[in-house]
Structures are given as structure tokens and as C-alpha cells.
Ligand binder design. Structure first.
Ligand code: HEC
Length: 97
């Protein structure tokens, strides 16, 4: 009887932990992992790529568009349109309001 109770208790904890871990991963990991290579590719030639927290949400679009201009002025390949959209979205969604 005591053994059965312990088993239920332990299973309950395990299930709870698993759910929590999955929720965290679903929220953070895909966006960050998917975007890091793009940010390395397009944002690291001239300076260390910034963190999203360096600027407020509303500032990111004009900044990234200005960086696009810097690339063009310097004769570097412009950021591909699809990547540009993803990068702006990434910085906006991870920046403070
Ligand atoms: C071609 C060179 C170049 C590339 C590539 C580049 N930057 Fe910059 N970045 C600059 C220069 C020059 C400045 C300083 C002048 C300015 O703010 O426009 C700067 C400044 C910044 C700043 C500080 C702006 C501020 O107002 O404080 C941020 C943030 C930034 N870059 C983000 C990025 C991001 C994100 C990328 C990739 C999408 C990127 N940079 C790619 C040249 C570049």
C-alpha cells in the first residue's frame, strides 16, 4: 500500500517536470536556434551582433533597415528579404516593450 502510494507520487512529479520543460523549450529554443545563424551571417561583419534587449521593440525595425543601408554602402550583399523579415521579427519579439 505504501509502495503504491509512493509510485503514484513519483510519477506525478515526473509528469509535472516533463510538461514544464517542454513548455520552456517550445517558447524559447526554436526562435533563438533558428535565428542565430542568420544573425551571425548578416550582423557580424562590422560589429558584435547586439542582443534583442539592447533596444526597445519599436526601435528595431528602423535600426535593422539602417544596417541594411550600411551593408549596401559598404558593398556587402544586402540581407535577403526573407531573412530581413525574420531578423526584424526576432529582435522585436525578444525586445522589451
Ligand atoms: C556594414 C556594416 C554593418 C553591418 C553588417 C551591421 N551593422 Fe549594425 N552598425 C553599423 C554601424 C556603422 C553602426 C553605427 C552607426 C549607426 O548606428 O547606424 C551600427 C550600429 C548598430 C547598432 C546600434 C544602433 C543604435 O542606435 O544604438 C545596432 C543595435 C546594430 N548596429 C545592429 C545591427 C544588426 C541587428 C545587424 C544585422 C541585421 C547589423 N547591425 C549589421 C554597421 C553595421
Amino acid at each position: 500500500m505504501l509502495k503504491a502510494f509512493f509510485l503514484i507520487f513519483a510519477t506525478g512529479i515526473a509528469a509535472c517536470d516533463g510538461g514544464k520543460q517542454e513548455a520552456t523549450m517550445g517558447f524559447q529554443t526554436p526562435a533563438v536556434n533558428e535565428l542565430q545563424p542568420l544573425i551571425q551571417k548578416w550582423c557580424s561583419e562590422c560589429h558584435v551582433p547586439p542582443r534583442p534587449s539592447a533596444h526597445q521593440r519599436g526601435d528595431w525595425r528602423p535600426i535593422v533597415l539602417r544596417m541594411q543601408q550600411h551593408r549596401i554602402t559598404k558593398g556587402l550583399a544586402p540581407i535577403a528579404e526573407e531573412d530581413l523579415r525574420k531578423i526584424i521579427h526576432y529582435f522585436q519579439t525578444h525586445a522589451p516593450l
